[in-house]
Design a protein around this ligand. Structure first.
Ligand SMILES: Cc1cc2nc3c(=O)[nH]c(=O)nc-3n(C[C@H](O)[C@H](O)[C@H](O)COP(=O)(O)OP(=O)(O)OC[C@H]3O[C@@H](n4cnc5c(N)ncnc54)[C@H](O)[C@@H]3O)c2cc1C
Ligand code: FES
Length: 515
């Protein structure tokens, strides 16, 4: 996996040479190119569609993904595109890929050029007078974008306590921190987009009260904003470590772009860093700082990093990978105190550090929902349409606990893609779509050049079986409960991961993934 576009598209020249039915069986895809651009042919029920072959998220090669009979799924982070229209119907991609005209000559299909734009009818149904979105993160931005995509014409306001316009939060601990992603790559949308889309963006302001009967929200500057429909997407806040001197200026948490900037600035001067916590974010930060030449020590209470999520074998591999890059682990240990220049562990060991980054989990921001009198129980309780207990109020993202049809449990997850997709579903439902949120959770993580993809919800798994080889970086770990596959963690098995996702969506496990 890389974040750079394909240099030379592979496959046939679809304008000059075209493709035959032998190259493209019904239900299949064929990656080729037109005028130097990657183009994908997709055949369904006898019709052939041509669409751009590079995902609009990070340029993943769509031809290496899966066509599930309806949607083309990106191999890298599972965005989904509709071949007929090119629309990115499921995040993390938000923008469509181009579509092309296809002509049949002599029993072959040729791409002749860009397709004519088709007018998309607006959905019928109830449209609220105005929409207010509280939270300018994954869910909030995706909801605002979807409202406009679906043709909603009314006022849309996005309020965020963050001073930065919505940005690519997952990148904060990855390429951005490692210095491989410049600041310009971080915004999800350019500044001008908000004006063009007539989305009022209120940054650096916190919503402090909701009156569901008056349909208004109060901001911390005293302003009252009214709404016809309200989306709460307030995300989560890092858990603070309660140890002496954890408030020192060299101690950082990582959630926002500002946090990322502060760590980047501190890393310029630092020689040794302690990361507290060996979860995804802690270890991504460890990888990024190590890449920048800093000596990194990771302190965490568990014996195997991420064992609870990935199983012991993959967790052990991740630990070894970090050690090979020079990371020092202090596992089975917690932090006793943090002083300038040194972290003291619970066994009295001192570890020198001029930079400390704490990544010990997050707590959903539920105060506003509680204040509004919504039903809250370990998350804002929403129904299958992401409606809260109050009329006209939806919730999405890290705060939402929804009835998951796949596990039968009410779940809340902290995944970028799920937050975006919930924002999209909530937006469509505000416009009367009555769409059930039934998507299978997905997240990814990146450590150096190693991508880990995860589909499903593995909470409470009781067995982890590996198919393939973890050491060869070619594996799927299937997590089961009572013999039933719940989730799959994979390394360089993109097709298996996608097939497992489709199988979970359709109510089963996937034999190809060892399920
Ligand atoms: C560094 C980092 C890396 C990550 N990497 C990955 C990854 O690789 N893959 C993955 O799946 N997930 C990843 N995640 C998790 C993912 O980013 C979150 O699950 C996702 O951002 C949640 O989206 P959200 O919209 O619910 O909340 P957020 O994106 O957190 O947005 C919430 C927004 O609401 C604002 N807000 C909060 N309260 C108020 C209020 N009262 N008034 C106004 N505004 C308010 C906040 O300032 C924030 O802008 C990562 C998270 C972090 C921090
Ligand atoms: S590159 Fe396609 S979903 Fe990320």
């Amino acid at each position: 996996m890389s974040d750079t576009p394909n240099e030379t598209p592979s496959g046939p020249d679809l304008r000059a040479d075209g493709a035959s039915p032998g190259d493209l069986p019904d239900g299949g895809m064929l990656a080729g190119h037109v005028d130097g651009e990657p183009v994908l042919l997709v055949r369904r029920n006898g019709s052939v569609y041509a669409m751009g072959g590079a995902c609009t998220h990070y340029h993943g090669p769509l031809g290496e993904g899966v066509f599930d009979g309806e949607l083309v799924r990106c191999p890298w982070h599972h965005a989904c595109f509709r071949p007929e229209t090119g629309e990115a119907v499921r995040a993390p991609a938000l923008d469509p890929v181009p579509t092309y005209a296809v002509e049949t000559r002599g029993g072959r299909w040729f791409v002749t050029g860009p397709a004519e734009a088709t007018h998309r009818p607006r959905p019928a149904g109830h449209h609220p007078e105005s929409v207010l979105i509280v939270g300018g993160g994954a869910a909030g931005l995706a909801a605002a974008e979807m409202l406009r995509r679906e043709g909603y014409e009314g006022p849309v306001t996005l309020v965020s306590s963050d001073t930065s316009a919505p940005y690519d939060r997952p990148n904060v601990s990855k390429d951005y921190l490692a210095g491989n992603a410049p600041e310009e790559w971080m915004p999800l949308r350019p500044e001008a987009w908000y004006g063009e889309q007539r989305i009022e963006l209120i940054l650096g302001r916190t919503a402090v009260g909701v009156d569901t009967s008056k349909r208004s929200v109060r901001l911390d500057d005293g302003r009252e904003l009214s709404w016809g429909a309200l989306l709460l997407a307030t995300g989560a806040t890092p858990v603070h470590l309660d140890v002496p001197c954890s408030g020192e200026p060299h101690v950082h948490y990582v959630r926002s772009l500002a946090d990322g900037r502060a760590i980047v600035a501190a890393a310029e001067e630092a020689e040794r860093a302690v990361i507290v916590g060996a979860s995804f974010i802690g270890l991504e930060v460890a990888a990024s700082l190590t890449t920048g030449g800093i000596e990194v020590h990771v302190v965490a209470p568990e014996a195997v990093p991420m064992e609870r999520i990935l199983g012991a074998e993959l967790g052990t591999f991740v630990r070894r990978l970090h050690e090979e890059h020079g990371v020092h682990f202090h596992l089975g240990r917690t932090v006793g105190s943090i002083e300038p220049g040194e972290v003291t562990l619970d066994d009295g060991t001192g570890v020198q550090a001029d930079l400390v980054v704490i990544g010990v989990g997050v707590r959903p921001n539920l105060d506003l929902a509680r204040h509004a009198g919504l039903d809250v129980d370990g998350g804002v309780l929403v129904d299958e349409h992401l409606r809260t207990s109050a009329e006209g109020v939806w919730a999405a993202g890290d705060i939402a606990r929804w009835p998951d049809p796949h596990t039968g449990d009410r779940i809340r997850v902290e995944h970028w893609v799920i937050a975006q997709r919930q924002g999209q579903t909530a937006a469509r439902n505000m416009l009367g779509a009555a769409e059930t949120f039934d998507q299978v959770p997905f997240f990814w993580s990146q450590h150096y050049d190693l991508p880990i993809n995860y589909v499903g919800h593995g909470a409470g798994w009781d067995s982890a079986t590996v198919s393939g080889s973890v050491d060869d970086r070619d594996c799927v770990v299937t997590l089961r409960r009572g013999g039933r596959p719940l989730a799959y963690a994979s390394v360089y098995r993109d097709i298996d991961s996608l097939k497992a996702e489709v199988a979970l969506e359709r109510g089963g496990g996937d034999p190809a993934a060892g399920g």
